[in-house]
Design a protein around this ligand. Structure first.
Ligand SMILES: *[C@@H]1O[C@H](CO)[C@@H](O)[C@H](O)[C@H]1NC(C)=O
Ligand SMILES: *[C@@H]1O[C@H](CO)[C@@H](O)[C@H](O)[C@H]1NC(C)=O
Ligand SMILES: *[C@@H]1O[C@H](CO)[C@@H](O)[C@H](O)[C@H]1NC(C)=O
Length: 272
């Protein structure tokens, strides 16, 4: 008995916040509602984000965030979906994984929040930039932000095909692959070479293919067939992708890397 009393006196209750009850662990209705849960059909359950009307309560829920512009609580999606009255309120948005900070941009009286990590990496979201001076940087997907002056918007840009630079800026229309005309950026063609000395080939944006050109009737045109080539020009005109076969007397396409791979495979097998 004495031991039990001593034990009781010495005991202290230590609680840990990571053991905080879940709504579903509460049985009594009063406890349930006092705890910020909803009591329905004799069960205590979590309030959905849209059931929460108070800003403070909404932001205190890790899964919900309150938007000051629309005055609504919703399940957190991404930082830039939230607008706040004061920049530091962005800290209350987010979830366990994504933290938000102010983007520093104020529109219609509200600051828009942005992803903390993205800001650390200096990544920006092109479409969020509202002026040509802020439209300067790179998105997390690697696209560059470029100001489109005909529509006054900041767009994400990467030259995958020449037309991506159309309506943007001549400086983006890479002259190695494309030609700029009337605000349009188009794939370069053999006919765009106007002298015999420049008439050689057009590189493609994929980086490893080329259109072979040839000078004919005072203009630069596409080479239609390698059958026009002879021993003297077979390999040079095709940039070394064809070689003259003097048994067949023909200009023959090489197997290139395919052959190289096969050869090294044979060597590997032979060495065992
Ligand atoms: C095109 O880009 C250059 C250099 O970046 C800039 O000086 C020029 O103003 C741009 N032109 C237009 C129409 O945006
Ligand atoms: C055009 O592309 C080449 C090869 O990818 C690159 O070296 C060059 O810097 C580019 N020029 C411009 C103006 O973007
Ligand atoms: C290749 O050389 C042959 C023979 O000299 C010539 O007739 C032909 O026009 C040349 N082809 C090209 C595309 O230059």
């Amino acid at each position: 008995m004495l031991i039990l009393i001593l034990f009781t006196i010495c005991q202290s209750v230590i609680v840990s916040l990571d053991k905080t009850c879940l709504c579903t662990e509460i049985f009594v209705e009063n406890d349930c509602t006092a705890f910020g849960c909803k009591f329905e059909s004799k069960l205590c359950s979590n309030l959905g984000c849209s059931d929460v009307t108070s800003r403070v309560e909404c932001d205190s829920r890790f899964d919900c965030s309150f938007d000051h512009k629309t005055q609504t609580c919703s399940a957190f999606s991404q930082c830039n979906a939230y607008y706040v009255d004061a920049e530091e309120q962005c800290f209350n948005k987010g979830n366990q994984v994504i933290g938000c900070v102010s983007s520093g941009k104020k529109t219609g009286g509200f600051y828009q929040c942005t992803n903390y990590l993205a800001k650390q990496m200096n990544y920006i979201v092109c479409s969020d930039q509202l002026t040509s001076s802020s439209c300067n940087g790179v998105q997390s997907d690697g696209y560059r932000c470029v100001w489109k002056s005909i529509s006054n918007e900041c767009v994400a840009f990467q030259l995958d095909s020449c037309s991506d630079a159309s309506d943007l800026n001549e400086s983006l229309c890479n002259v190695s692959y494309c030609v700029w005309l009337n605000n349009d950026c188009n794939e370069k063609q053999c006919k765009d070479f106007t002298s015999q000395s420049s008439c050689s080939f057009v590189p493609h944006l994929d980086g490893d293919s080329f259109t072979i050109c040839t000078w004919s009737a005072n203009q630069c045109v596409e080479l239609s067939s390698v059958s026009q080539l002879q021993q003297s020009n077979c390999s040079s005109i095709t940039l070394g992708t064809y070689f003259w076969n003097n048994v067949k007397n023909e200009c023959i396409e090489c197997e290139g890397f395919g052959k190289l791979f096969l050869m090294s495979f044979i060597i590997l097998i032979a060495s065992f």
